[in-house]
Design a protein around this ligand. Structure first.
Ligand SMILES: [Zn+2]
Length: 235
């Protein structure tokens, strides 16, 4: 596993890691980003670290990696308790919400996603909606934190709640803006039971309907978890 060890010793070299939207041998497209030491993270959070603490090359019986990062690292889900006092933890995420049809909506010129950007998209109750924005023009997970990423504002969040969506996915580290009403956006969505997946890499994907598999780890009581998210174009 030389890549893993490099990631521990040299974050820059780790950025050479294989690219993001990976078309597998079968029909599934991986829209998760690789987790690695030194990767972009929310300002103020500790830098993600994946450190080999036992190494066969050093005489250990096995290789063992210590993972140190917040629940909101890379591609991840937010649980209600992330912003709602007494809210559910990520282990309560219903598998039926994470597995099924999802619709990718392309908003290539939008700077902040508001009600105006969403209200003519025919969004239906129960839909899983993934928003592709100009965030996905860059391999953002290889870059430094970008404070002016495209996010959903409070009016957009309230529209999604009123429309009755089951899940909303976005292509940067937060569904809400870094400054301004980002907290409000989270509270509106999580308070209404809308599940949030953040940190998707959607470069190269077309607008349309996909099958989706989105599964966070069942970390008991956690306000979030890294997630593996796959899409497959429906025919
Ligand atoms: Zn989060």
């Amino acid at each position: 596993m030389p890549l893993l060890r490099d990631a521990c010793l040299n974050p820059c070299k780790a950025k050479l890691y294989k690219d993001t939207v990976k078309q597998s041998q079968n029909r599934w497209i991986d829209i998760s980003v690789p987790l690695q030491s030194g990767m972009v993270h929310w300002p103020g959070d500790p830098e993600p670290s994946f450190q080999r603490i036992a190494d066969i090359d050093q005489g250990s019986d096995a290789n063992v990696t210590l993972c140190r990062h917040t629940a909101h690292t890379g591609t991840h889900m937010d649980a209600p308790c992330h912003f709602i006092p007494g809210g559910d933890g990520i282990e309560t995420f219903p598998l039926d919400v994470g597995i099924g049809r999802a619709r990718l909506i392309n908003l290539p010129t939008t700077a902040i996603v508001s009600k105006d950007d969403l209200q003519h998209k025919g969004i239906q109750p129960g839909e899983r909606i993934i928003l592709k924005t100009r965030n996905s023009d860059a391999r953002w997970h290889h870059l430094d934190f970008k404070a002016d990423f495209v996010a959903i504002n409070a009016s957009g969040a309230q529209f999604l709640v009123d429309a009755g969506v089951a899940l909303i996915g976005v292509d940067y580290l937060s569904v809400g803006a870094y400054e301004g009403d980002g907290v409000q956006t989270h509270r509106i969505l999580l308070g209404a039971g809308v599940w949030i997946v953040e940190g998707l890499q959607l470069g190269g994907l077309e607008e349309g309907v996909y099958d989706m598999i989105c599964l966070p780890l069942p970390i008991a009581g956690s306000d979030g978890s890294p997630a593996r998210v796959l899409l497959s174009k429906t025919t």
